[in-house]
Design a protein around this ligand. Sequence first.
Ligand SMILES: N[C@@H](CCC(=O)N[C@@H](CS)C(=O)NCC(=O)O)C(=O)O
Length: 231
Amino acid sequence: MEQIKLYQWRAIPGLESASPFCIKVHWALRYKQLSFEVITPDDRDSVVALNPRAKLPVLGYGDTTVADSSDIIRFIEARHPEPHLLPSDPALRARALIFEDWGDESIYWHLVYERWQVPEQFEQYANVLFPGVPEQMKNQFREGIIQYLHGQGFGRMTLEQHREKMCELLDALDAILVTPFLCGNELSIGDIGVAAEVAGLNQTLTPIAGAEVRKRKQVMRWLDRVLKAVA
Ligand SMILES: N[C@@H](CCC(=O)N[C@@H](CS)C(=O)NCC(=O)O)C(=O)O
């Protein structure tokens, strides 16, 4: 059995990592009952040495290194297919991948908005994420992320517009949950991708988003099922 190492951004209260992409990998590895070591690089140079794109998560699997949560999960799935995270039925598989992409590419940016663009929430988040880091440096990080958010587009929304859209997608998730998991009776990569983002929103550092998540009963029941499946 190869030695598995997960390089990730640090944990925050109630979550395995501040990064939902790192959480996805934690959950996928735990679901497949694979043991792994968690490593939190503490400077940008070590992250770049692992991944020239300067992003985490990165997986070490024996002598192989894989970056990007989606690629990592596909890599693990190919080597440890049971229990499946990618459904074998082509239509269900497509559905699972579309849900994963919805989590990674849409819900994620609402989480970024809540943590980084809402000033009083950023202050609390930054204290947890960068303990002891001077105020000026925290604000430099914040400016960089706000630039990404602006480029992506969500950062151009007012707080009210962003929250309205966030509530719309939580309503959509609540309405689509007519089966125990997003692709039927079994957990898939789609559940992991969406739930990692929703768990991020449902966290003490983003209390308004958390209250919105908790208003949706189907979402809460499903989140509980996902968390139990990956425990
Ligand atoms: N598509 C990548 C996204 C990873 C990603 O954006 N990670 C963020 C943390 S949530 C990161 O490492 N950001 C550091 C940076 O952009 O400098 C994945 O699924 O792993």
